[in-house]
Design a protein around this ligand. Structure first.
Ligand SMILES: *[C@@H]1O[C@H](CO)[C@@H](O)[C@H](O)[C@H]1NC(C)=O
Ligand SMILES: *[C@@H]1O[C@H](CO)[C@@H](O)[C@H](O)[C@H]1NC(C)=O
Ligand SMILES: *[C@@H]1O[C@H](CO)[C@@H](O)[C@H](O)[C@H]1NC(C)=O
Ligand SMILES: *[C@@H]1O[C@H](CO)[C@@H](O)[C@H](O)[C@H]1NC(C)=O
Ligand SMILES: *[C@@H]1O[C@H](CO)[C@@H](O)[C@H](O)[C@H]1NC(C)=O
Ligand SMILES: *[C@@H]1O[C@H](CO)[C@@H](O)[C@H](O)[C@H]1NC(C)=O
Length: 929
């Protein structure tokens, strides 16, 4: 683990994987000269002088790579052994000719050298040098000196990852003896002229490694003039464009070829492409790596002719079609990587002939059908990745033969039937991921043998039976995700173990949550939501879990008091939809780190805990549907990050006026005070200060969901909103969603003009109050509004024409007021039926049957539509299908389709109890898409 986190950043990583071989071969080369003769005084002096040009930096970019991958001694540079009075031929990294005593090879790779490389360096005195390796140092953007041409005998030059930059000097072409050249992973630019000269003069060159050298001006055709003795050509991230001639595959000695690394979508020269030939491949090819480019769509049948091929990796190559069965001829193959293409068809059973394979990576394609059972022949496999395909059928039990596998990932496929018991033979497995398949049956008890498991992910399947007790005894298990299955039974006891993440949500587990949960001392994520758990034994037990960040016990049948003592580490507490009662007894300590607190739909009463102000990071507070008796919590207005405040359906009372002059609720986007006993005027001063509702373009229109991310854990917020009388749980909250619900209170007075400033509002509901006066024309400024409900008030006057500007509106309810005059026409307003206006006796015009000139209009053609409005969801969904921008509110209400991908999916949430219509709508969506 340590190595992985350490290496994820530096560029050097790529170097390691792509050039390991080259560097090793040159270093071995350099040290294979023996040293029987003393070196000359002049050469020793030149080297000592060279040494003084640099400082030694043991903390540089490549230091970790050198230590971890090249076994360089930490804090030891080869040049430390360079001392006067000792034969320079015995210095580290120096090799001399055993007859003449001349220094002929210098290997200073991984010497921690730091400093500018001087162009008058005394190194150039070493005229007999045949091999020079300066890889993995930091020459701080020095130019490669043109004096390099003085090394006329040089055969091997390696300056990879050495911090050189700028143009490669044209003098590089004056080294006619050069056999291998590695310029990779520095900031070098190789111009067309220099490259042409190089190709022309370097007739002996066999290995050319130019990864990440900027060759943007070089036409790929010029590579065809390279010497026919070429064995290695590596061109990754070279910014080449256009079609790379596939005659490269006819170079008679070519063994290793890599190309790709960046797609260009510039209209000019186009992307890098290569057409895999249908015949006449160089039969010596051992290693082929093409990636992030266009490889001519098809994997040709002729690939089977490459009898020497050991390594075939073509990820992200735009490949389509199926893998030709001839692949089974590549008996030498040890690595096959075709991931992230559009390959389809079945995985050919001829693969089973490739018994040397150590890695087989076919993930992220569209392979279908079963995994051939013969895959069990590939006993050398140490990596098998088949996730994100459409593979189906049963998981073959022959996988149990692959005893070298450290990890088995078959997630995001359609596998069905049971998890084969034989998987339990893979004793060395550290990870098993079967996420999102259709696996059924019980979790086989043989998995108890997988004592090396760190990760066990069986989520989103149809597994049933009881939760096996042994699962908590796996000694090394850190991640256990069994969520979204049909597991039953009780949790009897948690033993002390190493779990950091436990997700058992969305199963059918019942009984109490045992207080032995306190044994899971490393736990940082605990999700037991959507089960049938009935009680907490000792609510206080959670306080022992000092690393707990996410605690979700929502949607259970939990009764009794809520835990009143919580670990300080907690960021998310979700207890919604249970039967907790009593007062909210938490004392939120100073420095409380809670970001999300959801107590929705419980039976809490009493006052809202004032200590909540200590939770200065709070973003979401939802205490809706309880029996809390309190006044409006003005004291929350200083919370700088509060975005969602839901108090609906409680016994809040009194007026909702700001007590402060200064801005309050600066980030609030969702405010729901509906169904309480609030009185007095609408909260004008707050509305004036809701800055977060005033800028619809704040998030640049991208679809982001509110979530907490604590390094190891992330958790998407959910919240319950009401729409047209139904409650919906927003399983994810888009950061662009904003709404105000003040319905079902006793607010009175006029709707303030200033409401027109909240231009990012999607929903506004003031219904069922005692509001009087006119509908302010400024409402026409709320051009993002999708839903406006002012019904059942005492509003009078005309409906302002400005409402025609609400082009996003999908729901309008102005019924049961005292509105008069002609209903404005145009845009969305033409789509609403009677229901939007009924109960206003003096209104006239379409869609009402009462005409404004006193003559009745015929029954409106909107009647059918009106019917649909009553089942509002369908209409909204139809809007999608027709490409009409009807209400996009659906976009914020997300449904669960059962198979969420890591990427966001709009229809990916869950309806709450009253969401039957929602489910109906979902089916509609599914049918349409
Ligand atoms: C000198 O080195 C060459 C290889 O570089 C080797 O073939 C030869 O035997 C060596 N001669 C002596 C005297 O060690
Ligand atoms: C190299 O040139 C610099 C100035 O450009 C000078 O200070 C230094 O002494 C020179 N070194 C040698 C070895 O000539
Ligand atoms: C080829 O190398 C020689 C020196 O070896 C040099 O004089 C000549 O200019 C080079 N040719 C090109 C085209 O660079
Ligand atoms: C590559 O070099 C060209 C100049 O030859 C330069 O314009 C371009 O920005 C460079 N590309 C990168 C990615 O550095
Ligand atoms: C280059 O590739 C990208 C990504 O595959 C594609 O969108 C674009 O159209 C291509 N451009 C050209 C000129 O072919
Ligand atoms: C795989 O090997 C078997 C026998 O070893 C042979 O009959 C079959 O033709 C081979 N398939 C391929 C595609 O090479």
């Amino acid at each position: 683990m340590r190595i992985f986190t350490k290496l994820s950043a530096p560029l050097c990583l790529l170097f390691v994987f792509l050039c390991l071989k080259t560097t090793f071969s040159s270093s071995i080369h350099a040290s294979s000269f023996s040293t029987t003769h003393l070196c000359s005084h002049e050469e020793a002096l030149a080297l000592l002088q060279f040494k003084t040009s640099f400082s030694i930096d043991y903390t540089g970019l490549c230091a970790d790579i050198c230590v971890d991958f090249f076994s360089t001694k930490p804090n030891y540079s080869k040049i430390e052994s360079w001392k006067e009075g000792i034969d320079c031929c015995s210095w580290d990294g120096v090799s001399c000719d055993n007859v003449t005593g001349h220094v002929i090879a210098l290997n200073l790779s991984c010497s921690f050298l730091y400093g500018t490389f001087p162009s008058n360096s005394t190194l150039f005195f070493l005229r007999n040098l045949q091999s020079l390796n300066l890889a993995l140092n930091d020459f701080r953007h020095s130019k490669i000196p043109s004096e390099i041409s003085q090394f006329t005998r040089l055969k091997h030059l390696d300056v990879s990852s050495s911090g050189f930059s700028g143009q490669v000097p044209t003098e590089i072409a004056h080294l006619p003896k050069l056999v291998s050249l590695n310029l990779s992973y520095s900031d070098l630019i190789l111009e067309t002229t220099t490259f042409k000269n190089l190709v022309h003069n370097l007739t002996e060159v066999r290995e050319l490694v130019l990864n990440r050298v900027n060759m943007t001006s070089v036409n790929p055709r010029f590579f065809m003039n390279l010497s026919s003795s070429l064995t290695t050509l590596r061109l990754f991230y070279c910014q080449l464009r256009g079609n790379f001639p596939n005659s490269i595959f006819r170079f008679p000695n070519l063994k290793r070829f890599s190309l790709g690394g960046k797609r260009f979508s510039l209209s000019g020269k186009g992307n890098l492409t290569i057409d895999l030939p249908s015949s006449n491949w160089s039969s010596l090819l051992q290693h082929l790596y093409l990636s992030v480019m266009d490889c001519g769509r098809r994997l040709p049948e002729s690939i089977g002719d490459l009898k020497s091929l050991q390594y075939l990796n073509l990820p992200q190559c735009n490949l389509e079609g199926s893998i030709p069965a001839s692949i089974g001829n590549l008996r030498q193959l040890t690595s096959l990587g075709l991931f992230s293409n559009n390959l389809s068809g079945q995985i050919p059973s001829s693969l089973a002939n490739l018994t040397q394979l150590t890695s087989l990576d076919l993930y992220n394609n569209q392979f279908s059908g079963p995994i051939p059972a013969s895959i069990g022949n590939l006993r050398q496999l140490t990596s098998l990745r088949l996730s994100s395909n459409n593979l189906s059928g049963q998981i073959p039990s022959s996988l149990a033969n692959l005893t070298q596998l450290p990890f088995l990932g078959l997630s995001y496929n359609q596998f069905s039937g049971p998890i084969p018991a034989s998987i339990g033979n893979l004793r060395q497995l550290t990870g098993l991921n079967l996420y999102s398949n259709n696996l059924s049956g019980q979790i086989p008890s043989s998995l108890a043998n997988l004592t090396q498991l760190h990760y066990l992910v069986l989520s989103y399947n149809l597994l049933n039976g009881t939760l096996p007790p042994w699962i908590f005894t796996l000694p090394l298990l850190e991640y256990l995700n069994l969520n979204h299955n049909q597991l039953q039974g009780q949790i009897n006891q948690f033993r002390k173990n190493s779990l950091t993440r436990l997700d058992l949500s969305n199963n059918k587990l019942q009984g109490s949550i045992p207080n032995s949960i306190a044994n899971l001392v490393n736990l940082s994520y605990l999700n037991l939501s959507s089960n049938h758990f009935s009680d907490l034994v000792v609510p206080e037990m959670f306080s022992v879990l000092q690393n707990l960040e996410i605690l979700d016990l929502s949607h259970n049948n939990l009764i009794g008091k809520i835990p009143n003592c919580l670990p300080k580490s907690l960021s998310v507490l979700n207890l919604q939809a249970n039967y907790f009662d009593g007062i909210i007894a938490f004392v939120f300590p100073e420095g409380c780190g809670l970001q999300y607190l959801n107590l929705h739909r419980n039976q809490m009463d009493g006052l809202l805990s004032r200590s909540l102000v200590n939770c200065s990071k709070l973003e979401v507070l939802d205490v809706g549907n309880n029996s809390i008796e309190d006044t409006f919590p003005h004291w929350l207005e200083s919370l700088p990050d509060l975005q969602v405040l839901v108090l609906r359906s409680n016994k809040f009372h009194g007026s909702v006026q700001s007590t402060k002059e200064s801005p309050s609720f600066p980030k609030l986007r969702v405010l729901d005070l509906s169904s309480n006993y609030f009185v007095g005027a609408l909260p004008i001063r707050y509305i004036e200060n809701f800055n977060a509702m005033m800028d619809p373009h704040k998030d640049g229109g991208s679809l982001k969901y509110m979530m907490v991310s604590t390094g190891a854990n992330s958790y998407q917020y959910s919240v319950v909103v009401t729409w047209k009388g139904f409650d919906y749980e927003l399983q994810k909250i888009l950061t662009t969603f904003s709404s105000i619900h003040l319905s079902n209170n006793k607010f009175e007075g006029e709707i303030p003009d200033v409401i027109g400033k909240l231009s990012s509002l999607k929903g506004l509901n003031f219904s069922h109050n005692n509001l009087t006066g006119h509908i302010p024309p400024s409402l026409g400024n709320l051009t993002n509004l999708e839903w406006l409900d002012l019904s059942s008030n005492e509003l009078a006057g005309k409906i302002p024409d400005e409402l025609v500007s609400l082009t996003q509106l999908s729901v309008l309810n102005l019924s049961n007021n005292h509105l008069v005059g002609r209903i404005p026409q145009g845009n969305q307003l033409n789509t609403f039926g009677n229901g939007s206006y009924e109960g206003n006796l003096e209104l006239c015009g379409i869609p009402l049957s009462k005409s404004c000139d006193g003559i009745g209009t015929p029954p409106s053609s909107f009647q059918e539509k009106d019917e649909l409005w009553r089942f509002g969801w369908r209409v909204v969904v139809l809007g999608y299908g027709c490409g009409v921008v009807f209400g996009l509110l659906m976009g914020y209400l997300v449904f669960r389709t059962g198979k969420p991908k890591w990427f966001v999916s709009l229809f990916d949430g869950r309806p709450s109890q009253s969401g039957r219509k929602m489910r109906k709508a979902r089916r509609l969506v599914q049918r349409r898409s």
